[in-house]
Design a protein around this ligand. Structure first.
Ligand code: PLP
Length: 393
């Protein structure tokens, strides 16, 4: 065998997910992409705000982007300063440019952070359902991902988190608003989680870090707010990106923000500069850093996602589906009408609807619908959603 046995086994384990994507490709080839209702991908379809392209042009026209050379591994100082000013206000903390590391997306931010923190065998706890790549990210750096159940409505279960902490726990990795559930963790449960990590870590004589993956922070509905984590937990780190809030995932721009109150902050900052480099990212894309520096606080038109969310929720409720109405992100995670979510997703495929089984996210008995799609995909799929649930009545 030519490839690494470990990678071979990951490929084999995810083979049913691959099969579903292949089946989706077959359906599109056979029936035309316009006749297939594809809800399988979290690729933003609301366009970037107009000011994004305008800013890009201004930067190019002004000639200020002529420097295409290497830069500090942490990013351009003036960009880090702009991000620090914004994050400081958002978190209600005195964040300086030193505490910001520009990264290649949230994925780059998470990998640089986990590489800086994990020793072999260290455990990373994450509330389930969770973003499917976390297992690989922990494993990339010698860690082990352990999932912790959430409550029926996907909010944090602190007793379950307390029970899951061991002397090997190094990181608790949360994602709010959540992919795949859209749930947001409230300020009281984050504060309780922060206390728990300080108390349990303190009793063991070690630090447990709270890492918050929050690329959907700005995509929230009905006036929902995503509380900051810096106040909730001193040893906290934000890993995030502009992928969803500006609809630019292909541009690979994100950042890490380290809580100014973190123990051993200087060492961690030095480690992050190193890990961002030696993971092969070297530095975040130069031109895009210049653009986002000028677009702090700018967001896509969230009302568009809200309209899609309402269209989908109203339609599915009328069909009889059971779900938690998501307060954020652009995913819905309904209960599968039958316990076998993979079988139900196959039933949806018979109706030309592509969704992802909840089992792939540590949430069996559910399925994920990514509603970052055209409205007509949502309305066109409704008769199929209805027929699919009726098959099991
Ligand atoms: N974290 C979560 C929860 C995500 O859903 C995604 C992408 O979908 C990422 C991280 C990766 O984001 P990025 O494209 O900015 O690396």
């Amino acid at each position: 065998m030519a490839i690494a046995a470990k990678i071979q086994s990951v490929i084999e384990k995810s083979s049913w997910i691959r099969k579903m994507f292949e089946e989706g490709g077959r359906l599109k080839a056979a029936h035309g992409a316009q006749n297939v209702f594809d809800f399988s991908l979290g690729n933003p379809n609301v366009p970037p705000p107009e000011i994004f392209e305008k800013t890009l042009r201004e930067i190019l026209d002004s000639g200020e982007a002529k420097d295409h050379g290497y830069m500090p591994n942490t990013g351009y100082p003036f960009v880090r300063q702009a991000v620090a000013d914004y994050v400081g206000k958002e978190q209600g903390a005195a964040v300086t440019a030193e505490e910001i590391i520009m990264t290649c997306g949230a994925a780059g931010a998470l990998n640089a952070t986990l590489k800086a923190l994990l020793d072999p065998g260290d455990e990373v706890l994450t509330p389930a359902p969770y973003f499917v790549e976390y297992g690989a990210y922990a494993d990339n750096h010698g860690g082990v991902l352990k999932t912790v159940p959430t409550r029926e409505d996907f909010t944090l279960d602190l007793a379950a988190m307390d029970a899951a902490v061991t002397e090997k726990t190094k990181v608790v990795l949360i994602n709010s608003p959540n992919n795949p559930t859209g749930q947001i963790y409230d300020a009281a449960s984050l504060a309780a989680l922060g206390r728990l990590l300080v108390d349990r870590g303190g009793a063991m004589g070690r630090t447990i870090y709270l890492v918050s993956d929050e690329p959907y922070r700005k995509i929230v509905y009905d006036g929902a707010r995503v509380p900051g984590i810096f106040e909730a937990c001193p040893n906290s780190i934000i890993a995030t990106s502009y992928s969803k809030e500006l609809s630019i995932p292909g541009e690979r721009l994100g950042y890490i923000a380290v809580n100014p109150a973190l123990d051993d902050r200087k060492n961690l900052l030095a480690a992050l500069a190193l890990t961002n480099r030696i993971l092969g990212f070297v530095n975040a894309p130069a031109l895009m850093q210049r653009v986002v520096a000028r677009l702090q606080g700018v967001t896509v038109d969230v009302a568009e996602y809200d309209r899609k969310r309402k269209l989908l929720c109203t339609g599915l409720a009328a069909c009889g589906y059971d779900f938690v109405t998501p307060p954020g992100a652009f995913y819905l995670f309904p209960k599968s009408p039958i316990p076998d979510d993979v079988a139900f997703v196959r039933t949806l495929q018979e109706e030309m609807i592509l969704a992802v089984p909840g089992s792939g996210f540590g949430g069996p008995g559910h399925f994920r619908i990514a509603y970052c799609v055209d409205d007509k995909t949502i309305t066109g799929a409704m008769p199929g959603f209805k027929r699919a649930i009726e098959k099991y009545r």
